[in-house]
Design a protein around this ligand. Structure first.
Ligand SMILES: [Zn+2]
Length: 192
């Protein structure tokens, strides 16, 4: 099985022919969702605290923030960020989302003003966002490596060549040539 398949939400079980929920994937994602939810609580709370928006606006704001955060991670999982521009954007979006979350959460727990930010409100506000960011970056790194391994495996398989005499598979054409010396079916090796 391709390594990256274990990082996908649904797993196909060939034995039963059924597609099942990949519980490992789900468990790996729960911390990310939980941290993003905690962060968005502060984002929503901060919008509400301003007194200029009602709970519906705060809810949409918090939800939009969460969706961007999780959407970026989900999208990035599906492809290798070998393109430099995509890679930079991924980091910018992740770091940006974490900074916004940390700032809004800290302000929310400080009562809404920069003047009243304390060490305690920073602890309340910033840590979840920082952990969420670190976790998602770690996960993204693991996923990228898995995708890269799959790609290398596919490339190695594509280079494989078969011995025309005995049908053995070798890793490339050069390996087939050197196999001729010991191939039991090669005409040169036939008993005289
Ligand atoms: Zn052979």
């Amino acid at each position: 099985m391709a390594l990256s398949a274990s990082f996908k939400p649904l797993a196909f079980a060939p034995a039963s022919g059924l597609t099942k929920i990949n519980w490992k994937w789900l468990l790996q994602r729960v911390p990310m969702v939980a941290l993003a939810l905690l962060s968005s609580w502060g984002v929503g709370g901060f919008i509400l605290q301003s007194g200029k928006a009602n709970w519906a606006v705060a809810g949409v704001g918090a939800g939009a923030f969460d969706l961007v955060f999780l959407g970026v991670i989900a999208l990035a999982d599906q492809q290798l960020t070998t393109k430099r521009s995509t890679h930079v954007l991924y980091w910018a979006l992740n770091v940006g989302a974490a900074l916004v979350a940390a700032l809004m959460n800290t302000l929310y727990y400080s009562g809404g003003t920069y003047a009243s930010i304390t060490a305690e409100s920073v602890t309340h506000g910033a840590l979840f966002a920082v952990f969420g960011l670190l976790y998602s970056l770690y996960y993204h790194g693991v996923m990228s490596e898995a995708l890269q391994k799959d790609e290398e495996e596919a490339e190695a398989n594509a280079a494989r060549m078969q011995c025309p005499h005995c049908g053995d598979w070798k890793k490339n054409q050069a390996a087939v040539y050197s196999h001729y010396r010991t191939c039991p079916k090669h005409p040169k090796n036939a008993p005289a």
